[in-house]
Design a protein around this ligand. Structure first.
Ligand code: NAD
Length: 299
């Protein structure tokens, strides 16, 4: 049976070290701060925001949540973001998605200062991923990468198959692992024969939002399985996209849901926020070019 990639335990360890980093920043006279903007009443979004605030608390990061009704205008959101961009108390600005249909997501994300874009969705950060390196890696793929690295799972030269091609998970994940010299395939809803690809995978990363999508007959022996999916079932339980109970007998490693990728995502958000604060404390007149050097965006 597969070994478990335990995101909950790894997250705890990382959060303890983040708290230490946070205290060092506080000793220099600044409390790291994350601003979270939440629009509307989506229950899942509320849970995510609550988890993020709780994780901030554990890591010595001050979190401020800004609530808006669904009727909020793009203008009001942009006005707040500009204030937060200029605030010395705030190191990270995050807009919880989804936003209501009348708000243009790209307009909003484009307003967040690149230096505070701790979700990594600003086009500058996205572009950084394409050319190798970025200031703030998007949290879910960043968390997956750390899970793999911690378990010493090598991806160089391996067949990595990603199911799901979203802008927040599948695409950035593909770019990050390509950068590590994996042979990456990306599958999505229009892929003709999904199992043709999944059977090739040495590492299979699934982020489709379809419970039970990946069954044991679709994977080869000793595959490493990362299940990003979070699906709420009619009985209230949470399940991933992988048939865990059967796939675990063929896999060498597998993430549980819950307790795999989920906690890592939140932890990497805090890591990005604290790194932002560290950069702000050591650099005056923050400029993208200086951040580039620190992070060797084009290195
Ligand atoms: P999305 O809906 O934006 O994208 C889903 C992708 O999967 C699309 O590219 C789609 O083409 C593909 N897809 C859907 N059905 C498919 C099928 N039957 N076969 C092949 N491809 C299929 O979703 P997202 O925002 O990327 O999230 C994906 C899942 O991951 C969701 O369950 C979400 O809740 C979860 N998620 C988890 C975390 C975490 O922290 N663990 C973070 C983000 C998203």
């Amino acid at each position: 049976s597969a070994r478990i990639l335990d995101g909950r335990t790894l997250s705890k360890e990382i959060r303890a070290s983040l708290l230490e980093r946070s205290l060092r920043i506080r000793n220099k006279g600044h409390a790291p701060g994350l601003a979270v903007i939440l629009v509307g009443n989506d229950p899942a979004s509320k849970v995510y925001v609550r988890n993020k605030s709780k994780a901030c608390g554990e890591c010595g990061v001050m979190s401020k949540v800004f609530l808006f009704p669904n009727s909020v205008s793009e203008h009001e959101l942009i006005e707040l973001i500009e204030k937060l961009n200029a605030s010395n108390e705030i190191d990270g600005v995050l807009v919880q998605l989804p936003l209501p249909g009348h708000v243009n997501v790209r307009n909003i994300m484009g307003c967040i200062s690149v230096n505070k874009d701790v979700d990594g969705f600003h086009l500058y950060n996205v572009g950084g991923l394409v050319v190798g390196g970025t200031i703030f890696p998007p949290c879910t793929p960043y968390g997956v990468q750390l899970l793999l690295e911690t378990a010493k799972i090598e991806v160089s030269g391996k067949n990595v198959v990603i199911v799901g091609a979203s802008n927040i998970v599948g695409k950035p994940m593909a770019l990050m692992l390509l950068q590590k010299d994996a042979t990456v395939s990306i599958c999505h809803i229009k892929t003709n024969d999904l199992s043709l690809y999944t059977k090739l995978a040495d590492v299979l990363i699934v982020a489709a939002g379809k419970p039970g999508l990946i069954t044991a007959d679709m994977v080869k022996n000793n595959v490493v399985v990362i299940d990003v999916g979070i699906n709420r079932m009619p009985d209230g339980s949470i399940t991933g996209d992988v048939d865990f109970d059967n796939v675990k007998h063929k896999a060498s490693w597998i993430t549980p849901v819950p307790g795999g990728v989920g906690p890592m995502t939140v932890t990497m958000l805090i890591e990005n926020t604290i790194r932002s604060a560290e950069l702000r404390m050591s650099i005056n007149n923050l400029e993208v070019t200086k951040l580039e050097k620190q992070n060797q965006v084009y290195g």
